[in-house]
Design a protein around this ligand. Sequence first.
Ligand SMILES: Cc1cc2nc3c(=O)[nH]c(=O)nc-3n(C[C@H](O)[C@H](O)[C@H](O)COP(=O)(O)O)c2cc1C
Length: 353
Amino acid sequence: MKLTNDVTEKLGIRYPIIQAGMAGSTTPELVATVSNSGGLGTIGAGYFTTDKLDQEITHVQELTDLPFAVNLFVPSDKLYLPEKVEKMNAWLRPYRRALNLEEPTVNISEEEQFNTAIELLIEKNVPIVSFTFGIPDGAIIDKLKQNHMKLIGTATSVEEAIANEQAGMDMVIAQGSEAGGHRGSFTYVAGDQVPLVGTMSLVPQIVDAVNIPVIAAGGIMDARGLIASMVLGAKGAQLGTAFLTTEESGASTLYKNAIQESKETDTVVTKVFSGKPARGIDNDFIHNMNRYDDDIPDYPIQNQLTNAIRKASAQNGDTKWTHLWSGQSPRLARAVSASTLMQQIIRHTETLI
Ligand SMILES: Cc1cc2nc3c(=O)[nH]c(=O)nc-3n(C[C@H](O)[C@H](O)[C@H](O)COP(=O)(O)O)c2cc1C
């Protein structure tokens, strides 16, 4: 087994290890450290304003000359149903009251923000862009490709992987159900649920169905996970939770500790925080709000409705009402620097293979 392949060649990196673009938790230091260690660092730009994205890219470019990626959320069709928002506001009132918070105004226009981000990535010569929550329009894909950018899509099923290939993505991430954070899904299965297929099942089935390189994601924390993914036919791995607890990550100490104190059985997939299914550590907010599962407004509405509650709770040093995204392998998370983590994975992989 070799560590250099289509993925390392196309992305211009030494090792097929990608740090997931974790919106809200990446820092320029984390991204640049991973790239400078031979992997691919990714700016999690999903929630950024254009100004913030501009600053972060400039900062990363100051810290590394090597390739890095920016991860964006593809806007999706959503419905703003005032009666649903009103109901949710009533259910959220006790939390807001306890934390002294006002009801927020909701803004659902993601499209404009996304299009401006695309223009900025071209202007700043960002070499690689990864997407989640769907596939951008053909015109955007063409424009990025004309600017020689490499594009990485996300799939949680074979059908989504084929759609990514057909749309012209250069490679696709197979995101298994173990994965921390939001499901990248953009199709539904029976009962209006998103696909939840484990990494070990998903990767070889996607590998058999597409010709573009596949990158495994979900529960991979170390050399064992990387090698296992490659045996299944993946050409690399994307790690989120493993980088979340590193020193350079933007996650708070409260959050990092919560992951390190968790067991493999502690996470659940829930829509209650954002309106989209995401895997995180179970807590009081999830327990209480899960009963309204059928009435949760779509992303990004629910995300905005719960945002201040989550922030205030975390600022109070309290994990009970905030999101704690984590994959299913928290016992393997280490509090080390990102360069140490990269070195350990690379060294151990080389020894094992
Ligand atoms: C805190 C956190 C935030 C995440 N945010 C994003 C994101 O903004 N965009 C994205 O494509 N994936 C995001 N993900 C999912 C990762 O891309 C990846 O699928 C996942 O981390 C893999 O599973 P693991 O956490 O077990 O390594 C996030 C994951 C975590 C843990």
